[in-house]
Design a protein around this ligand. Structure first.
Ligand code: ZN
Length: 473
């Protein structure tokens, strides 16, 4: 990995470990506790959507909270205990207090026969029931007889909580990051996504921005539907988006394209992740996964892709107690954060230009544009300039030029700035008209310099502050 330090990965790992033990669900105290921890690091706007609210074809359910739950044998020993692991409860179990013979209890006990020592993660948000999840080995060893069953939970009118970090930029055009916050003690899915989205927001806040950014922390499905419903008027501003999750397991990156399939974010994330790790994969859109299912439903069809390592259901430990802190390495977390930062850097710098001297090649020498620069040989610099001049007819972006030429984005960006200063290029983007705006853009930095760039951004964070509108808690 380039441009990284052990401490940043260790910090991400420590924050993920703080989030890991919390019993989360799509509503309730666990979600709010999680958001409070995130709110210590970044400013969040909180939103509470009351139970019973209609959300498109869905309805916000009763709020679920849980104090304790267990199954006790004839000797009063807890054979399944929520306090030992929060995956032991079927998430959203209704309250119950009863005694049942094993044969009647058995259909309520869920296990993974293929992995006898793992506890499965199961939910029942919309069908009211109760149940427990346990290791298959322990389930198989339960003797016949009566068992005491206690689920000390509540399902009552309350609200669904989601929150977002809003970072205004020079334009109202928005970049959206989305991560799900509803899974209980599962590490990769999704304490990794929450930790990375938090650090990414803090980093973005530390420098001036062309785009406005919105980093949303919401329960899966019903949370993104609530967000979509409350933001319908603003969706036209969303220029690019990325769902983040499952970012700490050992697999290489997987980028899942937007439903549209040909958005700037699609080309850009493919370019960035492949540049970091040549094993990075790109898969096409499918209507299965995380919140891209809602964001890319045909009624919205937002330019939003998804970045993970393994995909949902794509690793053995998925949705089980084996998706624990041991599955997450500091190095994977840090590399994932680095990828997200580079996505932002390239988005911020990616532009379209028009060659202002398009008839034949302009003479570079008389404008002082020959010679070495930025650690590049005169020949490399000239080649990059010729590519940018040739392709800049207003249709190709700098990213398109980098991809077509094989020259790295940072070099393309560097020479485009020089050519613009020499009045050989003019902006083709409506959002960027003045030279003053150009100089304030956070430029992409070459990979070797990205380590230096990050502290300078975060160093400015104190002065810049994290601007957030309509904050309420
Ligand atoms: Zn999941």
């Amino acid at each position: 990995m380039r441009g990284t330090s052990v401490s940043a990965g260790a910090a991400l790992q420590a924050f993920a470990a703080e989030l890991y033990p919390i019993c989360r669900s799509i509503t309730g105290a666990g979600v709010r506790k999680t958001l409070r921890l995130i709110n210590r690091r970044i400013e969040l706007d909180w939103h509470e959507v009351p139970s019973g609210s209609k959300v498109f074809d869905w309805e916000v359910p009763l709020e679920w909270n849980i104090e304790d739950a267990w199954v006790g044998d004839a000797d009063g020993r807890r054979v399944v205990d929520f306090n030992a692991h929060n995956l032991h409860i079927l998430n959203y179990s209704e309250p119950v207090r009863t005694v049942l013979p094993l044969e009647e209890l058995r259909p309520r006990l869920h296990s993974m026969p293929a992995h006898e020592d793992w506890i499965p993660y199961r939910t029942s948000y919309y069908r009211r029931q109760w149940g427990f999840c346990m290791r298959h080995r322990e389930l198989a060893s339960l003797p016949p007889g009566n068992y005491e069953v206690v689920v000390d939970s509540s399902l009552a009118p309350g609200s669904l909580t989601y929150a977002e970090c809003v970072l205004p930029g020079r334009t109202k055009e928005e970049v959206l990051f989305f991560t799900h916050i509803c899974h209980p003690s599962l590490a990769n899915d999704n304490t990794s996504g929450m930790a990375i989205a938090t650090e990414l927001a803090a980093w973005i806040a530390g420098a001036p921005r062309r785009y406005s950014y919105r980093v949303v922390f919401a329960p899966g499905t019903i949370g993104s539907l609530c967000w979509l419903q409350r933001n319908q008027q603003r969706l036209g501003r969303v220029r690019h988006g990325l769902v983040l999750g499952l970012l700490a397991d050992p697999a290489p990156f997987t980028y899942k394209r937007s439903r549209r399939g040909d958005c700037e974010i699609d080309r850009l994330v493919e370019y960035v992740t492949h540049g970091i790790d040549p094993r990075a994969r790109v898969i096409d859109f499918e209507p299965y996964g995380y919140d891209e299912r809602q964001l890319c439903s045909p009624g919205f069809n937002l330019p939003v892709g998804r970045l993970t390592r393994s995909v949902n259901d794509g690793y053995p430990q998925y949705h089980s107690s084996a998706d624990n802190l041991a599955l997450m390495s500091a190095g994977q977390l840090e590399q994932s954060l680095e990828a997200c930062k580079r996505v932002v850097e390239v988005l911020e710098s990616n532009r379209r230009y028009i060659n202002l001297s398009p008839k034949g090649e302009p003479r570079l020498g008389k404008r002082g544009l020959y010679g070495a620069m930025g650690g590049r040989s005169p020949a490399e610099r000239e080649r990059a300039m010729l590519w940018v001049l040739n392709q800049s007819d207003g249709s190709a972006s700098l990213l398109d030029i980098a991809r077509r030429s094989g020259i790295d984005f940072a070099a393309v960006k560097l020479v485009a700035d020089e050519l613009e200063q020499a009045a050989l290029l003019g902006s083709a983007d409506a959002t960027r008209r003045t030279p003053a705006a150009a100089t304030r853009v956070a430029g992409a930095v070459p990979p070797s310099k990205s380590k230096k760039a990050a502290p300078s951004r975060s160093g400015r964070r104190k002065r810049q502050g994290i601007r957030s509108t309509g904050r309420r808690k």
